[in-house]
Design a binder for this molecule. Structure first.
Ligand SMILES: NC(=O)c1ccc[n+]([C@@H]2O[C@H](COP(=O)([O-])OP(=O)(O)OC[C@H]3O[C@@H](n4cnc5c(N)ncnc54)[C@H](OP(=O)(O)O)[C@@H]3O)[C@@H](O)[C@H]2O)c1
Length: 256
């Protein structure tokens, strides 16, 4: 996720490569990033310069260790904006780890790696409108952004965070249905993927309500209404609602 952000920020010209220092513990990885993007690199978090923005793209389990390294060396200036993409780590914990800094908690999703992400951002107590704008600019480089209060972050995790897996399951099932009806696997997979992509694109471009799109495709006594009835019979809607809710509940459990 860190590399996805890095690559898009550079592509978009939001930051120059020379202005970015990437820290990682793996020298091979850093060499690759340095060769590919021309950024400065370091294996020592202690070398993280006093930057305008410090992006935390580490696993939640190593937060305390990394925060201690940054604070110990005073490499994080009190004015540095800390931006966290750590799933499930609350602002209270981030603010305790960086008591002097403004902190923004964010939740991007995997489509961010292809520039089609959905990110939510929640500001901590010390965050100014300018800080929020900086954070928003960063995540707009990898897709769309919504501002939310932190108490909605678990719901965001359940929907846009876990959603790509739910959609992947649907696409796979759509292709399986095609195979069951006699299509070769490769063609079924192509049809399924493009149907989901195209329908989402159509909904976005036309601003139609999903129900309107469904109504437009279902002719009386036709094929689509027969399929829609089968989906309703098997409880697709309630299955999806429950999936988002289960992911939300699990996110709450993990964060407490
Ligand atoms: N992937 C997603 O879709 C997604 C979505 C939302 C939020 N997130 C959050 O994004 C964060 C990163 O996730 P990811 O999937 O991108 O994981 P990842 O690919 O494993 O990236 C984590 C990176 O941090 C490095 N790292 C580990 N310990 C470090 C240390 N002590 N100092 C400096 N760097 C260190 C890792 O290096 P090593 O490889 O050597 O361990 C790795 O390069 C997580 O907190 C996750 O919750 C991810």
């Amino acid at each position: 996720m860190g590399e996805a952000l890095l690559s898009r920020l550079l592509d978009r010209g939001l930051y120059q490569a020379e202005a970015i220092l990437v820290c990682d513990r793996a020298p091979d990885r850093l060499l690759q990033l340095q060769q590919q993007y021309g950024v400065k690199t370091s294996t020592s978090n202690a070398e993280a310069m006093a930057a305008e923005v410090v992006m935390l793209a580490i696993k939640p389990q190593v937060l305390d260790k990394v925060a201690a390294q940054l604070n110990e060396t005073n490499s994080v200036k009190s004015k540095s904006l800390i931006v966290s993409i750590l799933a499930g780590v609350p602002l209270a914990r981030l603010e305790a780890a960086f008591p002097e800094n403004p902190v923004v908690r964010t939740m991007p999703n995997t489509p961010a790696t292809v520039g089609a992400g959905m990110s939510a951002i929640a500001p901590g107590a010390k965050v100014t409108p300018d800080h929020l704008k900086t954070a928003r600019n960063i995540f707009e480089a990898v897709g769309q952004v919504v501002d939310i209060p932190e108490n909605l972050m678990d719901a965001v995790t359940g929907l846009s965070g876990s959603g790509p897996a739910f959609v992947a399951l649907f696409i796979e099932a759509l292709a399986d249905g095609g195979v069951k009806a006699g299509l070769p696997r490769a063609i079924a997979a192509q049809l399924a993927l493009q149907t989901v992509l195209g329908s989402a694109q159509l909904l976005q471009d036309s601003q139609l309500h999903p129900a309107q799109l469904k109504d437009r495709v279902t002719s009386p006594g036709g094929t689509t209404i027969a399929g829609v009835a089968a989906l309703e019979d098997k409880g697709l809607r309630s299955a999806v609602i429950e999936a988002v809710y289960a992911a939300y509940r699990r996110s709450r459990e993990l964060g407490h």
